[in-house]
Design a protein around this ligand. Structure first.
Ligand code: ZN
Length: 297
């Protein structure tokens, strides 16, 4: 089961952290979307960090969407998370697979590209959602999110994300670590944290060796007043339903619906298939259904 630990460290608790183990969650996404190894790494990294960013939201009903489009062959990489540890996502081209990069790693940066922006939209119950946008730095996702936190939210943050794909293409390990400095933290602390993250083995090595999030946090902060405050279950969940798809169709407007009725549903035996981007569930609508939606729109 995937999960997140939230807590603080430092003498005055001026470091806050989230550590997520997301192997199951990313494996679920891989199966739903039939992801190639490169796509597993790209979407898996964004899911692993995104599920944490969802838990940073304060309100029960709050949710957030993160999308990257860097002009690379994978197209759009998008996730949508709530504040309760649920997340879903997709990539435009799940089958895209690139040769390993010069470091021998899955080439997420090459797949995403660097000619575009990272967008974060937070719906926190206000009239207008919060929108943050930064240029994509490397397309490797961890760096890009750290840059987003620094520029858009003005919070110095370390973001470590990793996805390890096994030889049978299943997900062997996935996880993420987000560490943030409180506004009045000693700048020296940030240096210590940066040094320690570099000093420990890669996240995916630790997770595939069976280390828990608590083990990893102990490696980083055991002498730094480590406090684990909460454990949050995390999962890949889609909340689509026939009603939601109907509302999306209604939002297309009368003219568009009439076009669908006349072009795609000439007789009652034909069906319009609408496939959910996030979970691949299929919903079907016949001519009568569309007529009803035209009435309602
Ligand atoms: Zn769905």
């Amino acid at each position: 089961m995937s999960y997140i630990l939230r807590g603080t460290a430092g003498e005055n608790s001026d470091i806050r952290f989230f550590a997520a183990i997301t192997t199951d969650l990313v494996e679920k996404a891989r199966k739903i979307h039939n992801l190639s190894p490169t796509s597993s790494a790209a979407l898996g990294r964004l899911l692993s960090a995104g599920v944490i960013m969802g838990c940073m939201l304060k309100g029960e009903e709050d949710n957030l969407t993160i999308s990257l489009n860097g002009g690379g062959p994978i197209g759009n990489v998008m996730v949508s998370a709530n504040s309760k540890g649920n997340i879903k996502g997709y990539v435009s081209n799940p089958q895209i697979d690139l040769p390993l990069n010069s470091k021998g790693k899955l080439d997420v940066g090459g797949a995403v590209g660097t000619n575009g922006t990272l967008n974060v939209i937070k719906d926190i119950g206000l009239k207008e959602p919060y929108v943050g946008q930064v240029p994509i730095k490397s397309g490797e996702i961890g760096d890009d999110l750290a840059y987003y936190f620094a520029i858009s939210e003005q919070i110095p943050s370390a973001v470590d994300v990793g996805v390890l794909v096994d030889t049978d293409l299943s997900i062997k390990a996935a996880g993420s670590l987000i560490i943030q400095m409180m506004p009045d933290a000693d700048p020296y602390l940030a240096d210590i944290v940066t040094y320690r993250i570099k000093e420990i083995p890669p996240l995916t090595t630790l997770i595939s060796d069976g280390k828990t999030a608590k083990d990893i946090l102990n490696m980083l902060f055991d002498d730094m007043n480590l406090k684990i405050l909460e454990k949050i279950d995390a999962d890949y969940v889609c909340d689509c339903s026939k009603e939601r798809v109907e509302r999306a169709l209604i939002s297309l407007g009368k003219d568009e619906l009439k076009k669908i009725k006349d072009q795609d549903l000439k007789d009652n035996n034909e069906k319009l298939e609408v496939c959910c981007h996030f979970c691949s569930n299929k919903y079907y609508f016949n001519r009568k259904d569309i007529e009803r939606l035209i009435e309602e729109s």
